[in-house]
Structures are given as C-alpha cells and as structure tokens.
Design a protein around this ligand. Structure first.
Ligand code: AHG
Ligand code: MN
Ligand code: MN
Ligand code: MN
Length: 329
C-alpha cells in the first residue's frame, strides 16, 4: 500500500462494485456492467442539472405525462439519458420509467439481458426551476428463471429487489446504492468524473429528531396520521424539501421519519410503488431503518399496474414503530 500521505488509494464506485462482484460465487459481471451504466447516467444528468439554467433546460416541455403532471425539459432529458445508457449496457430486458406510460421492452437479442430496471429519472421536478435538490431513483430486479420474461417479472413484491439506489443532485452529488450488502454512499468528484466512496456502510440512527411530511395536506390526513403528526410536532423539528431523494437522504444520514401517507385527497398516496416506494424502502432497510404503509411493510406491497401508488412512511426504526402504533390503536 503506497502512502504518500495524499489520498492515492481512492475507492471509486467502479472499484467498489467490482469488489462486490468478487464476493459473489461465479458472478457473471452483468450487475457490475449495469451499475456502471447507471453510474454514467447519473454523471451525465448531474452535469446537465448544474448547467440547466445556462443551456435553456429549465421550464416545461408543454406536455403532460401518464401521471397527469406537467413534464419539465429535464424530466425528458434525464429519461432519455437513462434509457440510452440502460439499453446500451445490454443487461436489461424491461425498463419501467415514471415518464413512460408503457414498459419499454428490449427486443434486440444482442442488447437484451436478465435485469428489469424501474426508475424515476428526475425526482422532485417541482424543485428544478428554483435550484433546489432533485434526484434520480432506481430499482433492479432479475427475471425469474424461465425463458419467457413477462409481466410477472415486473409486477412483483419489493422483496425481490436485487439492488437499488438514488442519486441526489444537491450541494454535492451523491450516489447511494445497495446490492443487498448494506448501504453505501459515493460523492461525485467532478474534477475526475468519478463517484468516490465517502459513506461506507451507512447505518440510520434508531431514532431521530426530525419529521418530514407535507403538512399542507393536514386536512386530508386520516386520524392516525393526524394524531402522529400532532405528537411529533411537540418534540421534533420539521424539514420538508419536497424532493423525495433529498428528504430520504437527510433521513438516512440524520435519522427521523419521512412520510407521504395515503389521505382523502390521494387515496393511494402520491409516491409510485415500483420506482419510488420500493427502492427507497429497500435502501432504508439496508441501513437498519424501516419502511411501512402504516399497516404493513412497504416492501410487502404488490402493485397491480406499473404506475400504482402507495402511502409510505420510512426512516428510523423507532420513529416508524411509533407511527405504526397509531394505526393499531
Ligand atoms: P416526481 O418529481 O418524480 O414526480 O416526484 C415528486 C414527488 C417526490 O419527489 C416528493 O416527495 C413528492 O412528490 C412531493 O409531493 P408534494 O409536492 O405533494 O409534497
Ligand atoms: Mn413526476
Ligand atoms: Mn419522484
Ligand atoms: Mn420524476
């Protein structure tokens, strides 16, 4: 180990992923290549997010998406960047994106692989034009053994996730990822264009002092949610960015609880199961936290359609347990 006193033994994300691959018996290296493609997508989007105001990339496209939301230029750009990177990796057979109504099927046998990636290319779109942190969220599933991949490979339990992550485009750019061996964070060094391991084996505190929820929806909350919010309001600080990636990242590092519960205005909540709830629930559990609808573990939900939504609370185990107690009372 050469030690000139200067950090010369940097652990890039690429090196870390290869280390993970080495630990897996006769690994094919496919997940390594897939994660490298996702990493490239995050670097590319990060560079466009930083320039957005300078290269006419802010604002609306003038169209709306399957969610009924106004689509921002960066939503479309990020979606195209990730679809191109994922197809080019040659490791995917289906792609599910928030911005695409239908599943993207990779037909070309020379580019088809065994993974399904569900992703939210640009999370927190309402914060793009004002320069507040936004992000990308992804989940990775593997097709079932048989040779006829189909909807059963896509509409499935969150327990089947083999990997997930998010990239936060904030005051620093951080890629948080898990392949089932804990939660790890990589900070982008733009000078060398590499994500460097800065947060190995993240563990979320068992209890925090921050609650994060859009209280503008208070009048729509059900009784358990109202009673819980009233209880934490007396002892915790409130922090709500409005970008799930930013609110989750703060919760994972500082502890506390984030919630977007189902309410009388959004019967199934707002967050989409396959590319927001599942990946974030998986990641928080990998850090020793919990994710729940209030009545069941979030990862145990089974969606019926690719854009199905669910209420979710996630964060420090003790805080989520406190919330669940109000649903049992
Ligand atoms: P997206 O921008 O990908 O559509 O997701 C936005 C989501 C999520 O990022 C955030 O937690 C939530 O919307 C905020 O919703 P409200 O503005 O209703 O609080
Ligand atoms: Mn959206
Ligand atoms: Mn989102
Ligand atoms: Mn989005």
């Amino acid at each position: 180990k050469i030690n000139t006193g200067v950090g010369t033994d940097l652990i890039t994300m690429t090196r870390w992923v290869l280390d993970q691959q080495r630990k897996v018996q006769d690994a094919s290296g496919d997940l390594t290549i897939l994660l490298t493609a996702i990493q490239f997508g995050c670097k590319f989007v990060a560079s466009k997010v930083k320039q957005a105001g300078l290269i006419n990339l802010l604002g609306l496209t003038g169209s709306s998406n399957v969610q009924g939301e106004d689509v921002k230029k960066l939503d479309v750009l990020a979606n195209d960047i990730f679809k191109n990177a994922l197809v080019a990796s040659g490791k995917c057979c289906f792609l599910v994106s928030e911005e695409d109504e239908r599943v993207m099927v990779i037909e070309d046998p020379s580019f088809r692989g065994k993974y399904i990636v569900t992703f939210d290319p640009l999370d927190g779109s309402s914060n793009i034009d004002c320069g507040v942190s936004i992000g990308t969220i992804f989940g990775i599933f593997k097709v079932h053994d048989d040779h006829a991949p189909g909807s059963k490979d896509i509409i499935r339990s969150g327990r089947d996730l083999v990997a997930a992550g998010y990239c936060m485009y904030g005051s620093y750019v951080e890629l948080i990822v898990s392949v089932g061996t804990g939660l790890h964070g990589f900070t982008l060094d733009p000078a060398i264009g590499e994500f460097i391991l800065t947060h190995p084996s993240i563990r979320i505190p068992s209890r925090g002092k921050i609650y994060s929820i859009n209280e503008g929806n208070y009048k729509y909350f059900d009784e358990p949610t109202k009673k819980y919010v009233d209880s934490v309001k007396t002892k915790y600080s409130a922090r709500y960015v409005g970008s799930m990636v930013a609110d989750v990242h703060r919760t994972v590092l500082y502890g506390g609880i984030f919630g977007y519960p189902a309410d009388s205005k959004s019967k199934n909540g707002k967050l989409r199961i396959l590319y927001e709830v599942f990946p974030m629930a998986y990641l928080v559990e990998q850090a020793g936290g919990r994710a729940s609808t209030g009545k069941q573990d979030a990862l145990d939900i089974t969606p019926r359609h690719i854009h199905d939504r669910s209420g979710v609370w996630l964060g420090s185990a003790d805080d989520v347990a406190d919330l669940e107690a109000f649903y049992r009372a």
